[in-house]
Each structure stands twice: as C-alpha cells, then as structure tokens.
Write a protein that binds this ligand. Structure first.
Ligand code: NAD
Length: 424
C-alpha cells in the first residue's frame, strides 16, 4: 500500500550509520585491548558487491535500481543477514548493518558470520508483480555470492516470507532445489515454526531477563512501541505475557495512544483492514516523535535506525530502552541516555531472536527435519537467556554499559575465531 515517503524521519544526525557502528566497535576494541592489525580486519567488510537491478515496471518503463550485498565477516560460520528494501539502503547503511550482524551472531553464539543486503527502492509504492521481478533480478545478480555454506539471506525492512520464497525460487531455478539458501521462508516451503514471531519474542525474553537482573517490576509496566511491522507487532502481541501494558504503538503514518492500554489484537486487525495503526478504536492519535518521549516504563524502537539522537535523547523518559530495531540510537544519543541513568538493551542482543531462529530454520532444512514450535521457542528462550546472562555479567564485572559489554564479548569471539582459523 502506498503512503507517505519513509525518508523524512530523522532528527539531525551526528554521523553516518557505518561511522556510528565503527565507533561502538572501536570502544570495544579499546576496552579489550584488541591488536591494531585485527582492528583493521574487523572494522571493515570482507566483500562488498554493488549491482544494477533493472526492473520492467507495470507501466512499461524500465527502472534501474541499485542493490548491495555486503559480507562483513565469516570467521564463525557462513555470512548471514537480511535484505532491506528502502530508499535509504545505501552502501554505508548496508555496510553498518552487515557489521552489526557479525557482532549479533557472536553475542548469541550461533555459528554464522555477518552480512546484509539492500535495494534502494520505495517498495511501498511498488506492486507485488514489480517487487517479485525486483527480487528475482536482485537474487540473480548476487547469486554467485550465496550458498547454504556461504551466505544465507533473510527478511528485513519491507521484505517478508513471500520475498524469501521468490529468492529461494530464483536461486533454485539455477542451482537446484535449495531451501536452506534463505531463512524466514513460508512454513509451507521449509520455513520454521516460530520464525515470524522470533525477533519480537526475543525482545520480550530479553526484557524479562533485564527485569529479573535489574530488579525492575514489569507487572503493570507501561510500554511504547515505535514501528508495527514484523518485529514491533509481534513484540506488542507477546509482551503482555510479562504483565506489561502496551499504551502506544506507531507506524510510518503516525502513532496511537491509550492510557489504559491498547487492545493489541484489535490493532493488528485494524492494520490488516486499513494498512495502518492510525484510527484504531479506543485510541487517540500521537506523532512518532511524541511516542518516543512518552512517560512510559519501557520504550521499544522497532522501526528504523537513529530515531533517538542528541536532538531528543534528553527528552526520553522511559527507564528501559529495548533496541528492537537495528541501530535506533545514535552514539551521541546513547551517551545522553547513559548519563540520564537509562538502561539500554543493545540491538545486537535485544533483536537477536530473529537470526537465532533463522539458524534453527537453516539447521532444520539441512537435516530435512522439522521441529515443533514448542521446541523452537524453548531453544530460543535458552539462547536469549544465556546471551543476556553473559552480557549482564560482563557489564557488571567490568563496570561498563550493556552495549559495550555486548560488543566486547562479540569482538573477542570473532578475533579468536579469525586467529584459530589462521586468517591472520
Ligand atoms: P517491517 O518492514 O516489517 O516494519 C517496519 C515498521 O516500521 C512498519 O510498521 C513501518 O510502517 C514502520 N516505519 C517505517 N518508517 C517509519 C517511520 N519513519 N516512523 C515510524 N515508523 C516507521 O520491518 P521489520 O522486519 O519489523 O524491521 C524493523 C526493525 O527491526 C529494523 O531495524 C530491522 O533491521 C530490525 N530487525 C528485524 C528483524 C526481522 O527478523 N525482521 C530482525 C532483527 C532486527
């Protein structure tokens, strides 16, 4: 469904996404005393591919899009990371997101490296047929980098299970039936039970662990969620299990608020009918900016990057910020939140549930054996709890914020793997 453009969302920005992720990396490298030679290896990407993606549009015009696949590091396993369709998905952003995937897979200790892909397009103004042609052509262009033991894409912003089905089909047409080439597929094509909800569920699991470790009572806690796509909507549906009350949600068209709590299932139905959360029964309208600054206990940015910066971080009132989106807080915004005593659960931990169940999906495809949903969710819970415990222990042990602790653990693991393999 077409709607307002997705680009004009940001407050003034202190640095580019890749500069910001590099800064988080450098701080971790300083903290663990990483050798200079390894800094050079681990800061940059292993491989960056830029491709031309010509697509015949429905009105007969030929439009030429630009796509990227960036492979950051594969010391711990095949490259792994989503494909984003967005006007802002340029090389700098994709490069930053690829590096984050390396650190994320290391934090949750699954045997993958990090990669990301993107096509610069306004997917929301394209028809399904145009998106299918774009996906097939993009897959063809990057196919020689992919492989079940080389590089395995997944969904991200504006891509979903159907996009993955098209990618799998485009790849399989050339190389033979290969379900393990992508994750996040429809269950009917070898997708895993529980994958669709996994990122949102992982954020809920992390929040529960944070509540226990930090002695935060989540029973009756109020929650605001920015973004109501795959991650935000599943998080909002599941967080009630902790006794929390979702009082505000938003999407690109705007936000809604209800002091007594939103009926999240009713909002999901409203989105299915109207295409947006705006106008859901029993809610009042708010802006995305207002949502971020609400007086709630937990704030969950689950849309795009850098929505909390030095321009608004001082006005964030939530005690806990759980980064469901990738890189939603800029470095300058992060420092302000920390100075104000906020707990920030970093993206590479908070939203790692998605790639964790992607790993389970890949393993199921390779074994040609399907797990029940209960098993998927139980294994996800174990993985997220273990990762939280390790990051929290490192943060308290070293007296450092959770983000630095997560990056430090991740960089140590990747450094060790690269050395053991004799890469350096
Ligand atoms: P999605 O496309 O399903 O949903 C994105 C949501 O954000 C939509 O509701 C959209 O309307 C909203 N949005 C877009 N622009 C906005 C704006 N300017 N203001 C407010 N809302 C806006 O995407 P998703 O898969 O849910 O991904 C969301 C975030 O989570 C991204 O940062 C993504 O990288 C990250 N993430 C996704 C996964 C996954 O498994 N899908 C895993 C880890 C991290």
């Amino acid at each position: 469904m077409a709607g307002p453009p997705e680009t004009a969302r940001r407050s003034p920005i202190d640095m580019t996404p890749f500069e910001a992720v590099s800064l988080f990396f450098d701080r971790a490298a300083d903290h663990i005393g990483l050798a200079d030679e390894m800094r050079e290896v681990l800061r940059g990407s292993y491989r960056e591919l830029r491709v031309q993606v010509p697509v015949r549009m429905d009105d007969g015009r030929l439009e030429v899009f630009t796509g990227y696949r960036v492979q950051h590091n594969a010391a711990r396993g095949p490259y792994k990371g989503g494909i984003r369709y967005h006007p802002d998905a340029d090389l700098d952003e994709v490069r930053a997101l690829a590096a984050l995937m390396t650190w994320k897979t290391a934090v949750v200790d699954i045997p993958f490296g990090g990669a990301k892909g993107g096509v610069q397009c306004d997917a929301r103004s394209m028809s399904d047929a145009e998106k299918q042609r774009l996906t097939r052509r993009f897959t063809q262009m990057i196919a020689y980098l992919l492989g079940t033991n080389r590089d395995i894409p997944a969904p991200d912003v504006n891509t979903d299970a159907r996009t993955m089905a098209w990618m799998m089909d485009a790849y399989s047409t050339r190389y033979g039936y290969t379900p393990a080439i992508v994750t996040g597929k429809p269950v009917e094509l070898g997708g895993s039970y529980g994958r669709e909800a996994a990122t949102g569920r992982g954020v809920v699991l992390c929040l529960a662990e944070a509540g226990r470790s930090l002695d935060i009572d989540l029973q009756g806690a109020t929650v605001a969620v920015q973004g109501f796509g795959n991650v935000g909507s599943w998080f909002a549906r599941l967080v009630g299990e902790l006794g929390c009350r979702v009082v505000a949600v938003s999407d690109v068209a705007g936000g809604i608020y209800a002091e007594s709590g939103l009926d999240v299932d009713a909002v999901v139905s409203h989105v299915a009918e109207s295409g947006s959360v705006v106008g859901a029964a029993g809610s009042e309208s708010i802006t995305n900016e207002e949502l971020l600054e609400l007086d709630v206990d937990v704030l969950v940015p689950a849309a795009l990057d850098r929505v909390i910066t030095d321009a608004n971080a001082d006005r964030i009132r939530a005690r806990v910020v759980a980064e469901a989106a990738n890189h939603p807080v800029s470095p300058a915004g992060d420092e302000i939140l920390e100075g104000n005593g906020k707990t920030v659960i970093p993206d590479i931990l908070a939203n790692a549930g998605g790639v964790t169940v992607s790993y389970f999906e890949w393993a199921q495809n390779i074994q040609q054996f399907r797990w029940e949903e209960e098993r998927v969710n139980a294994e996800l819970s174990k993985t997220m709890s273990r990762a939280w415990q390790q990051v929290y222990a490192r943060a308290t042990g070293d007296g450092i914020p959770l983000r630095l602790a997560a990056f430090a653990l991740a960089v140590e693991k990747v450094d060790q793997a690269d050395r053991l393999r004799g890469y350096v």
